[in-house]
Design a protein around this ligand. Structure first.
Ligand code: EPU
Length: 338
């Protein structure tokens, strides 16, 4: 087992750049090391850390922080049209997407530049520009913490939903994802260009029959224009989920706010962009000390330098209350709060 370190700052291990300390810290590079650790005494009080891109740390962590850093990816099967790729949990998501595009393997291009690692992507079923992880997911391998056993989860067992899966609910804290297998296309790629911004950006660039690389480039351009780079401005992507409200509540809402963007989820439910709601209540671009709301996308909270996790949390609660008061809509965090 690798060496356990003590009293380690986690500032460089979370994309919000929050400076909290871990009582102890271990980096895990292999499944075997993880299995050994899970069945050991040290694991009785632990905290799992992947890319640290979807969490807000509000206090020191009085536990063993387990940093999952298992690297590697390989093609495990292929036929004329498809390729099956197994990527280990510690691979950086965006680097993995770019590697797939380089080999002309299609399916992940709309999810370019999403922060985080491969192993944490299934937990919240990451998604962007009309595509979600679940669309190319085959299975993931996990280590069960209690027993140290390796288990496989197929698509159905993961119970994927909008920014949700079984790993965020029932199995929270019970397993560690060690690898994910994707099925991607080798040719006849299914291109998803219907998301408004993608279409207009492609036509700006004069591209009418895009490749997966073109789509990735366009997504990168759009994301860079709206979403701050965590290396220069700490953030965790969308802080809140887009709320889904009942058709009845929506009818009342839209009568008062006919200009509000909205997406039909089903015959009984409608999704409203939280970014729009937050902008309406006046928080876009606001700053309270070093905790702020991004000036180009109100759904993203940012750390302008030395914000404490608690300050960002207070700001989030202020925003939530303002949205509730003005629209009677509840918005809930997408990021995990510790
Ligand atoms: N909007 C505003 N003001 C804002 C932000 C957005 O009015 O400050 C409006 C936009 O004009 C647009 C609508 O809200 O009409 C939706 O905005 P956008 O296309 O930027 O997407 P989003 O719903 O805010 C979601 C995901 C993002 C993902 C984008 C693109 C969630 C919680 N967020 O954001 O995911 O990149 O769609 O697919 O579903 C993430 O999860 O970390 C993330 C960045």
């Amino acid at each position: 087992m690798d060496k356990i370190q003590h009293n380690i700052s986690l500032k460089n291990y979370n994309t919000f750049g929050i400076d909290v300390k871990a009582r102890s810290f271990i980096e895990i590079n292999t499944v075997a090391a993880l299995q050994e650790l899970t069945t050991s005494e040290e694991m009785s009080n632990h905290f799992l850390l992947g890319g640290g891109s979807n969490m807000l740390l509000t206090k020191d962590i009085d536990a063993l922080v387990v940093h999952l850093n298992i690297k590697g990816k390989k093609i495990i099967d292929e036929d004329d049209n498809h390729v099956w790729i197994k990527a280990n949990a510690g691979e950086n998501w965006h680097d993995f997407v770019l590697w797939c595009i380089d080999q002309d393997f299609g399916g992940l291009e709309n999810m370019s530049l999403i922060p985080g690692n491969v192993g944490t992507a299934p937990i919240q079923n990451i998604g962007a520009y009309g595509v979600e992880l679940k669309d190319s997911f085959i299975e993931c391998e996990v280590v069960e913490i209690e027993s140290g056993l390796v288990k496989l989860f197929d698509h159905a067992s993961c119970q994927f939903d909008y920014r949700n899966s079984i790993f965020k609910s029932e199995l929270k804290g019970k397993i560690v994802i060690t690898s994910v297998t994707f099925k991607l296309t080798k040719k006849n790629h299914t291109l998803n260009t219907s998301y408004g911004a993608i279409e207009s950006e492609l036509s700006n660039m004069g591209i009418d029959s895009p490749t997966i690389k073109d789509i990735s480039d366009v997504v990168i351009t759009i994301r860079q224009s709206k979403l701050p780079d965590p290396n220069t401005l700490g953030n965790s992507g969308s802080f809140f989920k887009n709320p889904v409200i009942s058709k009845e509540a929506f009818d009342l809402f839209i009568a008062k706010h006919p200009e509000a963007p909205n997406y039909k989820v089903s015959n009984t439910e409608v999704k409203i962009p939280a970014g729009w709601l937050i902008e309406q209540v006046g928080f876009k671009g606001k700053r309270f000390g070093d905790a702020g709301v991004h000036n180009k996308q109100a759904l993203v909270l940012v750390n302008h330098g030395h914000a404490k996790g608690e300050e960002i949390w207070q700001l989030a609660m202020k925003i939530k209350a303002a949205v509730k008061e003005q629209f009677d809509i509840d918005i809930t965090p997408e990021v995990n709060i510790y």
